[in-house]
Design a protein around this ligand. Structure first.
Ligand code: AMP
Ligand code: GLY
Length: 424
């Protein structure tokens, strides 16, 4: 099978790595890829939002299966374009990707199908938004409706903060069109976790749970990032909670999307708040998380490609995926300054290639090779060091040992990934 993966992050490196190991693959491309992906796949110089360029490439190269990594490409409807030319792909079509593409759509959908989530209102007008925020009281959450690269959520500790977020989004156009409508919602207490299910429009196959660290600084402080590290499984997602997540959240979503004529295929990634009362949905993502995907791919024992194809073909019922019992952790190395401004081009020296380690894999996110063949930083999140271990603490030890073999003075990483679990 001739396969094309879309994207250039650590998530896509992990997907390419897993797919490259499938005996079904005859040729593997990645658009646009990165320096690490170049070791698993042929990189194609096409941006992940260049829909017409990607469609031409697929036609010219007789690509048979396309795996779409980033949400923006899904929300832009690459799937629908592939459908039109009769090429199979992994991920939701544009209508189903709305579960991530519009938080207002997602909230209304949950209300229609009794899926537990925070109380909310949708607003285009700042005065009504302020009134609603006032009536709900602080702390309170203000969210841009559309995709805002993980920056569109403000947790306001006071009504004053909520009012300035409302003003920035609705009146100053901070997020452009993505923030021309906002959601204001109740602040939920508890512990956050992520839950992943592979869906084929009718059936949802639970994959695994994970937890990530969104804040840039140790102790979970500082501004939000795309994710500074993650581990799987998440101990808070007990077997009992996992069963409830499937029956109260994932399955009603599958049924609801199908009954509304927009069946969901691909990865349903539920961001959850868990407390004594059970789990409530914070948000849906319609793709693998980055860096959670890297941890999941470390733990996956089965060939991933047949599972991705089964998701497209609607034949996941009875499908069986095998996982390693061990835990996995990934620690992200980012360029100093991230998530604010940072410089590219600094040289990264690795004492050993990934293959040197038994239970470690180094995934690239923002990297490229310069004219001398050196590995250089080319982004905010640059590398991820993923490791397996008998438990989270062992995976943590293995990941940090390998991190010490990487010399990159212009980069940084958090020393405390997994602290919540390791502390216990
Ligand atoms: P999102 O971009 O929707 O994942 O939101 C970013 C982060 O904001 C989440 O990971 C949570 O930590 C937090 N968050 C979002 N919605 C709520 C809520 N209703 N209550 C508490 N925290 C929230
Ligand atoms: N790690 C969070 C995300 O991929 O959205």
């Amino acid at each position: 099978m001739r396969v094309l993966v879309i994207g250039n992050g650590g998530r896509e490196h992990a997907l390419c790595w897993a797919i490259a190991g499938s005996p079904l693959v005859t040729r593997l491309w990645c658009a646009p890829g990165n320096a690490g992906i170049a070791e698993e796949a042929e990189c194609v110089a096409l941006a992940s939002d260049d829909i017409s360029g990607l469609i031409s490439f697929v036609k010219e190269n007789a690509v048979e299966f396309v795996v779409i990594g980033p949400e923006a490409t899904l929300v832009a409807g690459l799937g629908d374009n592939l459908q039109d030319i009769g090429v199979k792909y992994f991920g939701p079509n544009q209508a189903a990707a709305n579960l991530e593409g519009s938080k207002g759509f997602m909230k209304d959908f949950c209300a229609r199908h009794n899926i537990p989530t925070a109380a909310y209102g949708r607003f285009k007008d700042a005065a009504s938004a302020r009134n609603f925020a006032n009536s709900l009281g602080a702390p309170i959450v203000v969210k841009a409706d559309g995709l805002a690269a993980g920056k569109g959520v403000v947790i306001a500790d006071t009504i004053k903060e909520a009012n300035s977020a409302i003003e920035e989004m609705l009146e100053q156009g901070l997020f452009g069109k993505a923030g021309s409508e906002i959601i204001i919602e109740e602040f939920l207490q508890g512990e956050e976790a992520s839950f992943f299910a592979l869906c084929d429009g009718k059936t949802a196959l639970p994959l695994a749970s994970a937890q990530d660290h969104k804040r840039v600084g140790e102790g979970d402080t500082g501004p939000n990032t795309g994710g500074m590290g993650a581990y799987s499984p998440a101990p808070i997602v007990s077997e009992k909670i996992a069963i409830r997540i499937m029956s109260e959240i994932i399955e009603p979503t599958m049924k609801g999307m199908a009954s509304e004529g927009t069946p969901f295929k691909g990865i349903l990634y539920a961001g959850l708040m868990i407390n004594e009362g059970g789990a409530k949905l914070l948000e849906y993502n319609v793709r693998f998380g980055d860096p959670e995907c890297q941890a999941l791919m470390m733990r996956l024992k089965s060939d991933i490609l047949p599972a991705l194809i089964a998701s497209h073909d609607g034949v996941l019922d009875g499908f069986d995926l095998r996982w390693y019992e061990e835990a996995a952790m990934i620690v992200v190395m980012a360029a100093k300054g991230y998530p604010r401004s940072y410089k590219g081009g600094s040289v990264i020296k690795m004492a050993y290639p990934s293959a040197h380690y038994d239970n470690v894999k180094i995934f690239h996110a923002g990297t490229l090779r310069n004219g001398n063949g050196d590995l250089v930083a080319n982004g905010g999140r640059v590398l991820g060091v993923a490791a397996m271990g008998d438990d989270i603490a062992a995976a943590h030890k293995n990941a940090y040992q390998a991190l010490d073999d990487i010399e990159w003075p212009e980069g940084f990483f958090r020393r405390d990934i997994g602290w919540r679990v390791i502390k216990n």
